[in-house]
Design a protein around this ligand. Structure first.
Ligand code: SAM
Ligand code: DTB
Ligand code: SF4
Length: 333
């Protein structure tokens, strides 16, 4: 193959001068289609131009309200309607959050991400969460929340409490979304993201791969993320964790829906299309194994969820992660 054959379209320049460059699905798919070494080489180049190549940001997850969720996300062990063995727990108290924040900081994390299994918070839910945000900040950590859809005014309250990031994932492409979730739509997700952005909170927004989507649909997810204006500061790329009792685990039967190298490609394409963003190698690291994780870092991932647990499922333990980063010559950011 000649060098010319690898010349690809990049983002389209803004037509009206008001928005940033836009990626077409075709241009993103063309990146996916590159020979693997070429794709990784390009991603590594973009990574080095925008980030310290040997640094990895560490975020610790804490489930502040577990299970019993009314939504029907086909991947999620916390949806009340699926029988996954995840029971419903009340909102954690402030002392438990303080303890978790201290433990995360002592272990070397710089951010605590608090997740709640809600469609969205009611005001009586939000008040105690605001106190949690203040407490996490008082412990010297960045604070992130993922609470579902936000109503008018709620993002401003979170911002005033000191929230740094709000996580709200687009999860998959607009075309595939309706096959995974029916209790809300893509536009609902975009509206919450807009509220977060307008309030001046940093945006954490990514998705899940390995749900049975096509490569084109993965490309369409990445294009959606990259075309947010501006792109999210933080982009979590999750590999589906198949949890027994969820519709997706039943449909896929415990067999991974994609080749692990396709997951690495997704990380590389996210890195190229969102050069300044932090790309987080998120759920599914235990299942991916260390060699694939090493490829993900090489492809431009520069953040992980760090701690023995995600929200309800397992994550590599902190000693294993420290050892892995050490073996790769990577250091916490
Ligand atoms: N309820 C809120 C919401 O849906 O926005 C916040 C918590 S929800 C658990 C946060 C994200 O976790 C989801 O958007 C999804 O991307 C991810 N997630 C949930 N279950 C997962 C699974 N089994 N594998 C990979 N990612 C998952
Ligand atoms: C994100 O993108 N992944 C995290 C976090 N944001 C909230 C959640 C992963 C959850 C994996 C399944 C579980 O542990 O319940
Ligand atoms: Fe509920 Fe969030 Fe799980 Fe969907 S992903 S079922 S909204 S906790």
């Amino acid at each position: 193959m000649t060098g010319d054959a690898l010349t690809l379209p990049g983002p389209h320049a803004a037509r009206d001068g008001s928005r940033g460059a836009r990626w077409t699905v075709e241009a993103v798919e063309a990146l996916f289609d590159l020979p693997f070494p070429e794709l990784i080489w390009r991603a590594q180049g973009v990574h080095r131009a925008h980030h310290a190549p040997d640094r990895v940001q560490l975020s610790t997850l804490l489930s502040i309200k577990t299970g019993g969720c009314p939504e029907d996300c086909g991947y999620c062990p916390q949806a009340a309607r699926y029988h996954t063995g995840v029971g419903e727990q009340a909102l954690l108290d402030l002392d438990a959050v303080r303890d978790a924040a201290r433990a995360a900081k002592d272990a070397g994390a710089t951010r605590l991400c608090m997740g709640a299994a809600w469609r969205g918070p009611k005001q009586r839910d939000l008040d105690p969460v605001l106190a949690m945000v203040r407490e996490v900040k008082a412990q010297g950590l960045e604070a992130c929340c993922t609470l579902g859809m936000l109503k008018e005014g709620q993002a401003e309250q979170l911002r005033d409490a000191g929230l740094d990031y709000y996580n709200h994932n687009l999860d998959t492409s607009p075309e595939f979304y309706g096959e995974i979730v029916t209790t809300r739509d893509y536009q609902d997700r975009l509206e919450t993201l807009e509220r977060v952005r307008r309030a001046g909170i940093l945006v954490c927004c990514g998705g899940i791969v390995g749900m049975g989507e096509s490569r084109r649909q993965r490309a369409a997810l990445v294009a959606q993320l990259a075309n947010l204006d501006p792109p999210p500061e933080s982009v979590p790329i999750n590999h589906l964790v198949q949890v027994e009792g969820t519709p997706l685990a039943a449909a896929l039967g415990g067999k991974a829906a994609i080749d692990p190298l396709e997951f690495v490609r997704t990380i590389a394409v996210a890195r190229i299309t969102m050069p300044a963003s932090t790309v987080r190698l998120s759920a599914g690291r235990r299942e991916l194994g260390e060699a694939v994780q090493a490829l993900c870092f090489t492809a431009g991932a520069n953040s992980i969820f760090y701690g023995d647990k995600l929200l309800t499922t397992g994550n590599p333990d902190v000693e294993a992660d420290r050892a892995l980063l050490g073996r790769l010559g990577l250091a916490p950011a």
